[in-house]
Design a protein around this ligand. Sequence first.
Ligand SMILES: NC(=O)c1ccc[n+]([C@@H]2O[C@H](COP(=O)([O-])OP(=O)(O)OC[C@H]3O[C@@H](n4cnc5c(N)ncnc54)[C@H](OP(=O)(O)O)[C@@H]3O)[C@@H](O)[C@H]2O)c1
Length: 317
Amino acid sequence: MTRASWDPESLPDLTGRRYLVTGSTAGLGFFSSLQLAGAGARVIMTGRNPNRLVAARAAVLRQVPDAAVETMVLDTTNLGSIRAAAATARGRTGLDGLLLNAGIVHPPAERETTRDGRELVFATNVLGHYALAGELLPALATAHGRMVWVGSLSTAMWQYDPIDPELDNGYTAWRAYVQSKVATTALGFEADRRLRAAGIPVTSVVAHPGYAISGRTRGIVGVNEPSRGKRFADNLQAAFAQSKESGAWSLVRALVDSEIEGGEYWGPAGRTRGTPRAAVAPKITRDLDIAARLWNYCEHATRIPWPFDKLRKSKRR
Ligand SMILES: NC(=O)c1ccc[n+]([C@@H]2O[C@H](COP(=O)([O-])OP(=O)(O)OC[C@H]3O[C@@H](n4cnc5c(N)ncnc54)[C@H](OP(=O)(O)O)[C@@H]3O)[C@@H](O)[C@H]2O)c1
């Protein structure tokens, strides 16, 4: 399949491949899991809530009865939970892909912190994924796999403060979201540079879903049950919004298209909606100093250095 002919509704056969998705109980993570499973992949659906995980897995099985899906509790604000899930996932065979999707999309109006004292949105969207990707690097290297970080169009809509990633000062919900998504995107590119430099056979790609909303998404029991009011309001945005199912297309392509290279950025062809295509990332997310500063910040905050030295001897594919 070439870049031009990619059909998100008819993916290549993924039988024998193994993927882990964070935040797969709803939205883009659920539909990414469904699309991967539908193409024959083994999928580890993860989430912070066991009941929602059960409902999400059941919903996948209703649509793909022979799907090879398992569930694992993984809360991205909790380093213990991340370590435990990674140890279980790592203990088996290699991992072909890791979709770092979980996120707070509507941050709290007032600044909140995790039990580790980290700003909640930054912890959920950024620190947890930095830690998880580091913990799963050996499994990804075994399979010559790929990690995909989930960015956002919002990264081009507001300034980023490189001095204060967790917004100790001047917190607003919108700023917290943009801070987290600029950081996610910059880390995705920085990860690829570091993996290349270390000669580790894992690629890192960034993808964004455009603008994907639940009221434009089909109803699925236990997964997507928007109110009539939400449907009405979301349908007023039909000209530029798409379903979460379609939003997942760019994420899934970034994860499985063998022609995509590390360091690329992918999103919908119509920016907010459409089929996946290569996109241009905002300049700030390509800034080397900001990325290096963020990397050091995450390493220090999580105390999880990536095992580059251990893996250095593997060859990049
Ligand atoms: N939708 C868009 O238009 C859009 C645009 C740009 C980027 N994005 C990004 O895409 C990703 C998914 O967004 P979405 O629209 O699918 O959001 P969503 O429908 O709200 O789903 C978010 C998912 O993340 C999970 N999650 C939240 N906090 C978590 C935690 N601490 N640990 C583990 N899982 C957690 C949620 O789990 P629960 O079920 O437990 O709540 C849910 O499964 C986010 O990273 C978001 O920033 C979305």
